[in-house]
Design a protein around this ligand. Structure first.
Ligand code: UDP
Length: 370
């Protein structure tokens, strides 16, 4: 009898809110599954807190790969997964998003002839200087089931020659997690916890384009200080780039507070009550879209344009940030805004339905729709 085991591979912070609803929905269907944590993010704030807060099962395997250069980290992920996949022989490996664990797992599975499902397929920034873009393109070429979160992703996959029958437009599992936990995001508690009385802005900053080069970091600090001139700013700072931003003087404005990364529930409580968010995160662009919080994305492009056409997001340069932030703070929040299609809290369920059919060999999921 062939295996019907599904192995989920997660490794970094943004993977966990995407995987949780898929694992839950597959569990409810009685599909055999195991969870691997590669340990790309490994400490309490960046990983363990998500397992607790999102009621994720404890990982069946923790590879403990830790940090490293892209090549070293991806190699460690691949070496660990090859051994595991050979021993467990899953029917399907499910990978999430665009991190090194995503592409590492996809390459290993493809070479062992194991089917791959990619959750959040088809997002494109068209910026190959982003390591995430490389991970997305490679993973989508190797995947057998591609789960898209927005209609533009379907176009990109078609343009790259991915057969339409493999692609499923299912909505956004990260938004499933957001909607399922909405009652726990307590903005008043966040204000009390952080001693905030007036207008405030939350910022998350970690992309190489903002923090790796000292000149970029200096420009970013200047931009963030211009926001702190008009409102209190709280920055739960990602470990990536922390030293460089500190060296560039980020911490030296008395209305800008740098804190450690927050737990998922605490972070979104803080975001929920914010007058605006400044970010270079992918997931935060999506979460603010549903929470209705104005989002200023400090990037030249986004792989999530649906958050601009249907959400509260806009791209800003570092040079214009202070000016745009002051406009946004005086305009206040929009009373109403469109929501991206199928961001309705049921993506995990839709994904599980396709996966179950696939691993049970029922009706050859996705075949014949070209
Ligand atoms: N997040 C969190 N605590 C924080 C900052 C972010 O829980 O202090 C969550 C955020 O709500 C989202 C995810 O982390 O669910 C996004 O991860 P990140 O920005 O690291 O990755 P990206 O989305 O850019 O790949």
């Amino acid at each position: 009898m062939s295996s019907e085991l599904v192995i989920h591979v997660t490794g970094a912070r943004p993977n966990f809110p995407k995987a949780a609803p898929v694992i839950r929905a597959l569990g409810a269907r009685g599909v055999a599954q195991e969870l691997v944590h590669t340990g790309q993010h490994y400490d309490d704030a960046m990983a363990k807190v998500f397992f607790r807060q999102l009621a994720l099962p404890q990982p069946d395997v923790d590879l403990g790969v830790g940090s490293g250069s892209h090549a070293r980290q991806t190699a460690a992920i691949m070496t660990g997964l090859e051994e595991l996949f050979l021993a467990r022989r899953p029917a399907l490996v499910v990978v999430y998003g665009d991190v090194n664990s995503t592409v590492g797992a996809a390459i290993v599975a493809a070479k062992l002839g194991i089917a791959i499902a990619h959750v959040e397929a088809g997002l494109r920034s068209f910026d190959r200087t982003m390591p995430e873009e490389i991970n997305r393109v490679v993973t989508d070429q190797l995947a057998d089931l591609l789960f898209a979160t927005s209609p533009d992703a379907l176009t990109h996959l078609g343009n790259e020659g991915v057969r339409a029958g493999k692609v499923h437009f299912v909505g956004n599992p990260m938004i499933d997690t957001l909607l399922a936990n909405l009652d726990r995001f307590d903005a008043d508690q966040a204000r009390r916890d952080h001693g905030l009385n007036g207008d405030y802005v939350v910022a998350t900053l970690h992309r190489p384009s903002n923090v790796d080069d000292p000149d970029d970091a200096a420009e970013l600090v200047k931009a963030m200080h211009s926001v702190a001139d008009i409102a209190e700013v709280v920055v739960p700072l990602h470990p990536r780039g922390r030293a460089r931003l500190e060296a560039a003087g980020l911490f030296s404005h008395d209305r800008l507070r740098v804190i450690d990364p927050l737990g998922y529930v605490e972070f979104l409580g803080l975001v929920r009550g914010a007058n605006a968010v400044v970010t270079d995160s992918g997931g935060v662009q999506e979460e603010t879209t549903i929470l209705g919080v104005p989002c200023l994305t400090l990037r030249a492009n986004t792989e999530r344009p649906v958050t601009i056409t249907h959400g509260t997001n806009r791209l800003v340069t570092r040079a214009e940030l202070g000016f745009v932030a002051s406009q946004v703070l005086s305009a206040g929040r929009a009373a109403d805004w469109p929501v991206p299609p199928l961001w309705d809290g049921r993506a995990g369920e839709r994904i599980a339905e396709v996966i179950e059919a696939y691993v049970h060999g029922k009706g050859a999921a996705g075949e014949g729709r070209d």
